[in-house]
Ligand binder design. Structure first.
Ligand SMILES: NC(=O)c1ccc[n+]([C@@H]2O[C@H](COP(=O)([O-])OP(=O)(O)OC[C@H]3O[C@@H](n4cnc5c(N)ncnc54)[C@H](O)[C@@H]3O)[C@@H](O)[C@H]2O)c1
Length: 240
């Protein structure tokens, strides 16, 4: 028996980094994992020959993509046990607030906030049918403390925290738990904040797998008393 045996779990942005590591770990622990993302080739590489990983192409900023993904899951599995709202971007060259362009600002807001709101909105009815569920929203340490030269990213990740708390309270009677995960700097495709590494007490970046274990715990029934909570995995960054 795996820790998430037979659970049906949807992970957005599963073609790389934290999403891919979470997909592999949850599949290893018995879940049927559906990974989504814009590039089919990246999803296929993560799936490889793993029968428990399934792929659906999706742009998380598009409502019609969300409707299609949820319809497909409903038809194939009949229910959904877990949703990991993981897809996200940092501004390519966000810079200071004075340098920030409206285009970058709205791109970050759309990808990092809208996707989390929309994902929860379409997943909740499927989870309610099952009588329970677990939603994990991937925020950041930038959703707990300020991040200079990344104000839009920081604002988006604070918003993920707010969405998480509101949803947790709305859904408590439905036995749907909603928690946020706040990674510190993690070695993935997203650019590294070298100055943040220097100020991380552990003096290193995290591995995607170290975040995946937190996701696994929150999707599993081991975490049934946790909702509306913020879980950090940041090498001590926010402990200062
Ligand atoms: N890497 C870090 O240091 C770090 C730190 C804190 C939080 N995070 C958060 O972790 C999450 C995962 O990031 P990661 O570090 O694994 O980086 P990543 O770039 O490897 O993963 C993000 C994934 O989201 C996908 N994505 C982006 N926009 C999308 C869209 N519109 N539709 C569908 N998919 C889309 C990307 O293609 C990518 O596969 C993000 O929400 C990120 O903000 C990362």
């Amino acid at each position: 028996m795996g820790r998430v045996q037979d659970k049906v779990v949807l992970i957005t942005g599963g073609g790389s980094g934290i999403g891919a590591a979470s997909a592999k770990l949850l599949a290893k622990e018995g879940a049927q994992v559906i990974i989504t993302g814009r590039t089919q080739e990246k999803l296929d590489n993560v799936k490889a020959d793993n029968d428990q990983i399934h792929t659906i192409q999706q742009d998380v900023t598009k409502a019609e993509d969300w409707d299609r993904v949820i319809t497909e899951i409903k038809e194939k599995y009949g229910h959904l046990d877990g949703l990991v709202n993981n897809a996200g971007i940092t501004g390519p060259e966000e810079g200071s607030i004075e340098d920030l362009t409206d285009e970058t600002f709205y791109q970050i807001i759309d990808t990092n906030i809208y996707s989390v709101y929309k994902g929860m909105q379409v997943a909740i009815p499927l989870m309610r049918e099952a009588g329970k569920g677990s939603i994990v929203n991937i925020s950041s340490t930038s959703g707990l403390v300020g991040t200079p030269d990344a104000a839009a990213y920081g604002a988006s990740k604070f918003a993920v925290r707010g969405l998480t708390q509101s949803a947790a309270l709305e859904l408590v009677d439905d036995h749907i738990r909603v928690n946020s995960v706040h990674p510190g700097v993690v070695e993935t495709e997203i650019r590294l904040f070298e100055e943040v590494v220097e100020t991380t007490p552990m003096k290193r970046v995290g591995k995607a797998e170290e975040i995946a274990y937190l996701v696994l715990y929150l999707i599993s029934d081991e975490s049934t008393f946790s909702t509306g909570a913020a879980f950090t995995a940041d090498g001590g960054y926010t402990a200062k």
